[in-house]
Design a protein around this ligand. Structure first.
Ligand SMILES: [Ca+2]
Ligand SMILES: [Ca+2]
Ligand SMILES: [Ca+2]
Ligand SMILES: [Ca+2]
Length: 349
């Protein structure tokens, strides 16, 4: 029943979002760099209650200092009924021997000592045999070979450090949960194993069967034929902006006839030069003012070029008492970007 419902859900998503697989395939092959996954653009990832009703999943800031960016994906379960996933359909038919790198990082806030968010593939023991029936999952869990700690980020290398087990025959018969296999052992036993041709998906999972857990995942890298893609899980906002660069608090007089400078900062995971300035809007909600002018310059003097834009205060809709202002726009590839920063209104009495 559980397995059947998983198949159904993944299938349902594939059916409901036509073109998703195609989109995923082109992205995976076209990119060898970092992709920001945020509520503004989930890049195909989605949260899923696989079992139970009280699990939660969301993009959050922190905890601590995530390995990439400022945030991560949080998964929680309340009891042994809950199974909470962050999943992405795709990679259909990719053989395990094409996978050249796997890496991800987890953080445990609470939960029993061995537990960490697991990495799972919807697997087929042979993607070339014409049998596309459901073969369950191939599951990596860090605790078999590593010590999972509470309250810190840890990075896992499932291909060279890890142990894997299958949820269904025939992989389950060779690599059961009580005697899991190394990556090489899986490959030796099942040389044509791969991500399922129809139900292809990669899943990060907390539960099922965990009696309470609160943890996070970030910075997932998958290399396929040596082309590496890293997914950086981030909450809204997903770009770093600085209103009135170099000054704080960001004092704004809503009655001013002047301009407000706003910088979109280049970071390890985002290049401000990728922003299409003509799509950028800034103001009370991020939908108000178009820039009067813009330029690339290194506004924070860290050696990379940032995008500085100037907006007419009177176009921004900012009112006395507002405490934040937002910016929206698109990259030249059409990806939505959003950012917010604090403001302090002045001249209002
Ligand atoms: Ca992140
Ligand atoms: Ca097969
Ligand atoms: Ca500032
Ligand atoms: Ca800079």
């Amino acid at each position: 029943m559980k397995i059947a419902s998983k198949v159904f859900i993944i299938l349902l998503i594939t059916v409901l979002v036509p073109g998703l697989s195609l989109f995923i395939a082109s992205r995976v092959e076209a990119n060898s760099s970092n992709i920001i996954v945020s509520p503004a653009n989930m890049q195909g990832w989605f949260f899923l209650k696989e079992t139970g009703t009280t699990g939660t999943g969301q993009m959050v800031l922190g905890p601590g200092t995530p390995p990439l960016g400022a945030g991560s994906a949080q998964l929680t379960v309340q009891n042994t009924s809950d199974g909470m996933a962050l999943a992405r359909a795709g990679w259909n038919g990719i053989r395990l021997d094409q996978i050249t790198k796997l890496e991800y990082s987890t953080y445990r806030t609470s939960g029993a000592s061995p537990l960490a968010i697991s990495l799972q593939f919807n697997i087929d023991n042979d993607v070339t045999d014409g049998d596309n029936s459901w073969k369950g999952r191939l599951v990596f869990e860090p605790y078999y070979t590593e010590t999972v700690l509470t309250g810190e980020w840890q990075t896992w290398d499932p291909m060279t450090q890890g142990k894997w087990w299958g949820t269904r025959s025939p992989i389950k018969d060779t690599c059961p949960i009580y005697n899991p296999c190394t990556w090489d052992e899986v490959l030796n036993a099942f040389p044509n194993a791969g991500i399922h041709n129809i139900f292809g998906a990669i899943i990060f999972k907390a539960g099922s069967g965990w009696d309470g857990f609160d943890g996070n995942v970030d910075a997932f890298t998958i290399g396929i034929d040596s082309v590496e893609t890293t997914y950086d899980f981030e909450p809204f906002p997903n770009v770093l902006i600085d209103i009135k660069p170099g000054s704080f608090p960001n004092s704004i007089n809503p009655r001013s006839r002047g301009v407000i400078p706003v910088a979109i900062l280049t970071t390890d995971t985002f290049d401000a030069a990728d922003v299409d300035p003509d799509t950028v809007l800034f103001g009370k909600t991020g939908t108000e003012a178009s820039p009067l002018h813009y330029a690339l310059e290194d506004v924070d003097s860290d050696g990379d070029m940032d995008l500085i834009l100037h907006f007419s205060t009177q176009d921004t809709g900012i009112e006395c008492g507002d405490t934040t202002a937002s910016l929206t726009g698109e990259t030249i590839n059409g990806e939505v970007i959003q950012g917010s920063d604090s403001i302090k209104t002045a001249g209002c009495k």
